[in-house]
Design a protein around this ligand. Sequence first.
Ligand code: NAD
Length: 513
Amino acid sequence: MDDHTNDDLPCYGLYIDGSWTDAEGGTMPVNEPALGRPMAYVARGSAADVDRAVAAAREAFDRGPWPHTPGHERARILNAIADLIEEHTAEFAELESRNLGAPLRKTTFVDIPWSVEHLRVFAELATIHPYEALPWTDIPSVSWNFVWREPIGVCGQIVPWNYPLLMTIWKIAPALAAGNTVVLKPASYTPLTALMLTRLIHESGVLPRGVLNVVTGPGAEVGDALARHPGVDKVSFTGSTETGRHIMRLASDTIKRLTLELGGKSPSLVMPDADLELAVDGVLFGVFFNGGQSCEAGTRCLAPESLHDEFIERLVTRARSLRIGDPLDLETDLGPLVSEAQCRIVEEYIEVGKHEGARLVTGGKRARVPGFERGPFIEPTIFTNVLNGTRLAQEEIFGPVLSVIPYRTVTEAIELANASRYGLGAAVWSRDLQGAIEVAKRIRTGTVWINDHHIILPRAPFGGYKQSGIGREHGIYGLMAYTELKHIHVDLMQKRSGRVWWDVLIPQSEQGA
Ligand code: NAD
């Protein structure tokens, strides 16, 4: 257990069955990356705590009102949670920026409003009637058939550190809208906004006891326990492909329902006819937004040889003008990375790039920010002449590092875009929208942006091809992923005709033959 009795930092417990409770394993510190020191303590949950949380969620699902609460009432509650976030936008944005290191501009104008919007969309989706009548049938017997949609049960939800509140909402909004109960595991680096939201939900009393439970703690212990727990019916995980693979194995023992949102190495394909000014800004936005710590980041830029030198020159000039600094300054473009450990991983990849023969044209080292000497800041880094088969171009770095890969023909560019184990997102930069749509159809990723990047809408399906994941989140597709489908067949004939069940299956003409 950490000894933090002498400091005044906030300390959060576990949230189980409608109450805050201590963890058996004590607490663990949560850092403020820009300052390189703890800003809070959270409970260090364990497998035993997961047992308690799952038992509460199980009870709330099996015997509580939530799964049977009418959709319009669940909608009212999701909207009330959205209101709580909206009313505290400034606090959430500041806390997110301090805990993650993300610029306040991003947390204020993207993370928090997008979280609110997501909840409101799922409030609307919660009201869709979970029932579909099938066309009348008299073969094999006159019957009435309908499809009923039901919540799955207890959902274990595991989120990564890179968009802490938004990822929490992406998980809980569809699960609750569909009538499930939840055990949420926030990321160890960045659990604070999820815990602040839990506190507000608790104080408002909008959710019945046990519907939402939150267990913080080490991923290898708490996440692992959730993924293997026999009382959990579905696991929804967002994180790295490596951990996703492990979770898939654990979940297979009890054949859990599974949604996996995993890693990416998204291509930004600059077409020969692109508006170069737009493409330069767009490619940089695609890769450096959130310091490159986005699953859908456009980390592989495919640039036509014909424009290569001019494009690189403009790209480098713009990249050098980005402002690195205090995440709480609204003018900042890039804050620190989430942790010292993540920063070292990025530095290692920069060395790998140099050894692989790529040309470092800007960045490549730590940035010194006055007043934040302990913060893990990295300069926006660009490599050119990158070969698509190298580690630099194939592995997820999760930092501000762009690889520019030259191409000769559009066919070659599409092949390069698809030559990746990942398939999460892609961007196409072109003035010819029709041509760009044709290219988009040939790229094997779950989302393709044309002349844009990072726009993930709450109604549009989001998820990956290949090793970027399984299933889709958002919209009706995301809601369906939190439901089981049931066919109910009502026979309308046997009683009236006095026939026995097997008799119905044999045509009248054949009977008595
Ligand atoms: P991670 O895989 O290390 O951790 C994700 C979560 O899983 C954390 O809560 C962590 O504590 C937990 N975890 C760690 N080990 C575990 C284990 N053995 N068993 C169960 N749970 C465990 O990922 P991260 O570093 O937090 O996040 C970055 C990764 O997330 C990147 O690969 C990124 O591409 C991916 N990501 C994907 C999406 C998407 O929608 N596809 C969105 C955001 C992030």
